[in-house]
Write a protein that binds this ligand. Structure first.
Ligand code: ADP
Ligand code: ADP
Length: 229
């Protein structure tokens, strides 16, 4: 059962002559355990696709559903879906370990358990020495790895990462991506990464391409007619 299914989904911003069609005609499925790169230039609709899949945004036409995640509401979905954003996403007044623990506290996990799971996630990513630091005291790459630890600690079944290496230099980007993919493996979670960088895309098993708000999937089955042009 796919974790996410998009059926002819579209997202339009605004209306009338000023309307911007961010994505349209999106039909795709993310199966359990899949490792997918969504590749395309800036403005092609990658973030919009990811937000729709995450339940952070709703399609203005068509349908996005989560059959493999119990088709829950947005709050329920948030427990199964871990999201990594491009830029700084840690809360400035909280230490690294507090940032990692916070979503679990919001989920209702007891303080002690949230703290120990947060520390374990930092340890497993080799970040234990950063546990007590504030986000201001972390490099961009360290902060992004803490954001990955925050996803790991919550044990989602689907990890969505929006240009997770977009603001990092090449070597740091490589480290963050490797930690992200290792984390998804460890959780047996599916992972979908958006990127404009073909080198990043090649690290995943499957590449989907976006251009002008449309998704072009390489046909896996010659008879399936999946390809859109
Ligand atoms: P990408 O992630 O590939 O850079 P986006 O999904 O961010 O692409 O954007 C797709 C299109 O939708 C772009 O033309 C962008 O300008 C437009 N868009 C995105 N968000 C908004 C918004 N909040 N209001 C208006 N237009 C938007
Ligand atoms: P854009 O404005 O086109 O979205 P960005 O500001 O995201 O571009 O990226 C700036 C530059 O950093 C680009 O030249 C891009 O190729 C490079 N870059 C981004 N991510 C990586 C990465 N993981 N490894 C190497 N280069 C990268």
């Amino acid at each position: 059962t796919p974790l996410v299914r998009c059926e002819n989904a579209a997202r339009t911003y605004g209306s009338g002559v000023g309307a911007v069609v961010a994505v349209h005609g999106l039909s795709c499925e993310v199966p359990p355990g899949a490792r997918i790169a969504v590749v395309g230039p800036s403005g092609s609709g990658k973030s919009t696709l990811l937000h729709l899949m995450a339940g952070l945004d709703r399609p203005t036409a068509g349908r996005v559903s989560h059959p493999g995640l119990g088709d829950e509401d947005a709050v329920g979905l948030a427990r199964h879906i871990g999201i990594v954003f491009q830029g700084p996403s840690l809360l400035p007044p909280l230490t690294a370990v507090e940032n990692v623990a916070l979503p679990m506290r919001i989920d209702g996990v007891a303080e002690d358990e949230a703290g120990s799971r947060a520390r374990a996630a930092l340890v497993s990513l080799g970040l234990e020495e950063l546990a007590g630091r504030l986000p201001d005291e972390l490099s961009a790459g360290q902060a992004q790895r803490v954001a990955v630890a925050r996803v790991l600690a919550r044990r989602p079944r689907l990890v969505l990462a929006d240009e997770p290496t977009g603001q990092l230099d090449r070597e740091t980007g490589r480290q963050v991506l490797s930690v992200l993919l290792g984390t998804a493996d460890e959780l047996s979670a599916a992972v979908l990464v958006t990127t404009h960088d073909p080198r990043v895309a090649r690290e995943l098993d499957v590449q989907w391409y976006m251009a002008d708000g449309r998704l072009i999937q390489p046909a896996t089955d010659p008879g399936a007619g999946r390809r859109e042009v």
